[in-house]
Design a protein around this ligand. Sequence first.
Ligand SMILES: [Mg+2]
Length: 370
Amino acid sequence: MQITGVSQTHLSHDLGDTFEPTWIPGYPQGTHEVELFEIETDAGITGRAASPSFAGGLDYADALSFFLLGEDPHDVGRIRRKLESVRLIGPRPWHLEMALWDVIGKDAGKPVYELLGGTGDPVRAYASTAERRGPEERLSYVEDRVAEGFEAVKLRFGPDPEDDLGVARRVRREFPDLTLMVDANMGWSVRVMEDRETWSAKEALRVARELEDVGGVAWLEEPLHRTDYEGLARLRERTDVPIAGGEFNEAGELRDLVDRDCLDVLQPDAAIATGIRGATEVAAHARDHGLDFAPHTWTNGLGFAANLHVMAAVDADWCEYPLEPPAWTPENRDFLLTESIDHEDGTVAPPDGPGLGVELDRDAIEAAAD
Ligand SMILES: [Mg+2]
């Protein structure tokens, strides 16, 4: 089989509302931007991939065609080496790998998780917020999630975390059994409206100690920059709260994060920085070191599906379920799919159709295309 075409479409889907993600400080996000890639083959099978996008995105379908045309999509290792070359000259291309697996799975008539050696068993999920909100608003969010069957919620913290700590304490008082995660989003940020202050090592340690006191905190995520290996390792040594990270780290950095004892929970994202194979390799490396694996998934429906196949294949500890209504709903998150990937009683199963197992919604894509 040969790759005969690579196309790219920039999509901008209107959310019908705005929200302020902590990772783009001060920015009221009202659209969901995606770069959609389709890989065509001489067998008539098309594979799909998507990456998150922003500010109109970067068009590099021509460069990808230069490297990928004529390649056999089954040769994942060889194509990953070619993607490494693409990485030298342009944007992160690792999401493209999900299109290969989509083709391979459709060709074999099997879902990707099965090809990777996993079962379709559901993965327990946590509800992942995006905004820093006040105690009343956040409590009512948590009440809704608990009523839906979630047993864990991830809160967002920021610079000057006193109010955020107050929210965490309040949620803990009302929901003594709820598992809490805390994402500080200090690992990276999109600085478009405001510069983003980050925590000092001392501040990160102080917050971690406060969270020890809150109790039932599964992890503190990205308390320091994503490549501050020494700072993360020191912090991890000095607190009982598990430290999580890795969502924007590429495979080599993730190995360093494990080998240098920086993290308790590895969170690679197959749609952002590792591809599917890279993510399963990180999972194996994490397991060898007795660490947990809970991928980042905050991208789009195709990215969510790709990460779910990885989770099912490696028996992940948690699935991130992005949810911050009214703007960020499963329908808006997965707008390019005919059906959103929904949780059931706080668990999520990987799609079980061939390949990634999801269908593109051509009407929605046409409406969102430039
Ligand atoms: Mg995060």
